[in-house]
Design a protein around this ligand. Structure first.
Ligand code: 5AD
Ligand code: SF4
Length: 475
């Protein structure tokens, strides 16, 4: 889902990463309104934030457009997770700048993690940018835009300990009307040594459980059939009522959302191996509509590297969590994030990563080579001493290994029948539908009469390769 040296195997997530970022829009009359155009990069949280931004802009008299040329306001919601992600965005900014030279009245805004990381420096470096807004300051957009209209550059990168945008009803951009994200928390307190997120998204805070359940209900009533609960570390979700009489943890939140309706599927991302509890696993097992799929980033299979990464678990702990998942939810698919070539990683330690992929039988992984981020603990304390060619070669080995494991995982599905939620036409043909099973695997199958997006159908898998499954509807 990230936009640089990532390789997607198994099943692609909802939002495909593209060089250009995803252009988000929604179908609504925009006559008489000023128009905004927004591109989003990086993680699902950024896509979800863009829907909050769209809602705030709606209140300020802006409607969305997919056409950059006709926009009064061009926004780019940015990602800083790796250097490549930032390079991509700079290239996009140079294209927006060209447009601004022809049409000086258009406003250009940088949102998200890069805005937060670079702050006022961004206004110095990118002369044609008008506003810079960090992830916790989107409510200030109307005010910053009004000032920018008068020619004043605007910046708000204040991070908050409270902001969760709980009361803002996101405008579902580019939606298929079937699946949606719900943000349940913001920020991260984990301090993995390689990661810039705690600095760009601030301290962890959980959103009011009632507002989450209300959003899920509203989506279901509007015809949506799947929600993904989003947070950097969902297992540490913890909300207390203002009078401190009610406390909700992640397992309890999952249960509350599952009870909205048995036909509403629940997914969640991202879990942390140190925090995922057996309570969460039992809740998943108890409710058919909580999907049997856990994204559980391992990062490395070697305990010394995990310790340098400050992941606060070791190889044995991770393996124990995988065992618990397999015991409590026998059909659960597990996927991972993996980094190759972290500081001081040896060949032997890299082999431990290959072996944990095979041992855990990940259905798919998001794989990256290490990219040092300024200001992170690793950048300050560790030497980025694995040469780039070695990082890339190890990445290729990880990709090849995962491809084989994904192939085996998918081949084991041939002949099985799965309940699939129809999402829409398949990428390749309008004669076929696509939809995912509980394990988050996308299956393409020929359309049958009477079935439409948002319906559940039983599909038998007939063909599999490392990346895709094909099947046919059965009764
Ligand atoms: N270099 C490479 N990959 C990184 N990730 C986070 N920071 C870095 C970095 N500096 C990866 C991790 C994380 C995913 C979202 O991105 O695998 O889980
Ligand atoms: Fe970054 Fe670690 Fe937090 Fe994930 S859990 S956002 S990798 S610091």
């Amino acid at each position: 889902m990230y936009d640089d040296n990532i390789t997607l195997l198994g099943v692609k997530k909802d939002i495909d990463e593209t060089k250009q970022g995803e252009v988000l829009y929604f179908d609504q009359p925009t006559d008489g309104l000023k128009k905004f155009y927004i591109e989003s990069y990086g993680c699902a949280m950024n896509f979800s934030d863009s829907e909050i931004v769209a809602s705030i802009l709606g209140g300020a008299g802006y409607g969305p457009t997919r056409d950059m040329e006709s926009a009064d306001l061009i926004l780019v919601n940015t990602c800083s997770i790796r250097e490549k992600a930032e390079e991509n965005i700079r290239q996009r900014l140079s294209i927006f700048n060209k447009l601004k030279r022809q049409k000086p009245e258009v406003l250009i805004g940088v949102l998200g993690c890069m805005a937060e990381r670079l702050k006022a420096k961004l206004l110095e470096q990118e002369k044609l940018v008008d506003i810079v807004v960090g992830p916790d300051a989107y409510r200030d957009l109307p005010n910053l835009l009004a000032k920018a209209d008068e020619g004043d550059k605007g910046i708000n990168v204040l991070l908050s300990r409270e902001e969760t945008y709980a009361d803002i009803s996101p405008l579902r951009l580019d939606s298929n009307g079937v699946i949606a994200y719900i943000s349940i928390m913001r920020g991260c307190d984990n301090m993995c040594s390689f990661c810039v997120v705690p600095y760009t998204r601030g301290r962890e805070r959980s959103r009011d459980a009632y507002s989450i359940v209300a959003e899920a209900k509203d989506l279901f009533d509007r015809g949506f059939r799947e929600v993904t609960l989003l947070g950097q570390n969902v297992d540490s979700y913890k909300w207390s009522s203002p009078d401190d009489t009610e406390h909700v943890n992640f397992a309890q939140l999952l249960e509350r959302v599952a009870l909205v309706h048995p036909d509403l599927r629940i997914r969640f991302s991202t879990s942390h191996p140190k925090d995922i509890t057996n309570d969460v696993l039992h809740t998943i097992a108890k409710y058919e509509n909580i999907c049997d799929y856990i994204h559980l980033p391992v990062q490395s299979g070697n305990s010394r590297i995990l310790s340098l990464m400050n992941r606060t678990y070791d190889r044995e702990w991770y393996m124990e969590r995988v065992k618990a998942i397999n015991e409590i939810i026998p059909d659960c698919a597990i996927s991972a994030d993996i980094i190759t070539g972290f500081c001081t990683e040896t060949e032997e330690e890299h082999q431990d990563t290959l072996s944990i992929i095979k041992w855990s039988r990940f259905s798919m992984s998001y794989m990256f080579y290490y990219s040092e981020r300024p200001g992170t603990p690793a950048a300050k304390k560790l030497q980025d001493d694995v040469p780039e060619e070695i990082k890339k070669r190890r990445l290729q080995e990880v990709v090849d290994c995962q491809r084989l494991v994904s192939l085996e995982h998918n081949l084991a599905d041939v002949g099985k029948v799965f309940k699939v939620l129809v999402e829409g036409d398949s990428k390749k043909s309008d004669q076929d539908f696509k939809g995912r099973n509980s394990q988050n695997k996308m299956i393409n199958f020929p359309k049958v009469d009477g079935v439409k997006p948002g319906d559940y159908v039983m599909v038998e898998v007939t063909v599999a390769n490392a990346g895709t499954l094909k099947g046919k509807v059965v009764n």
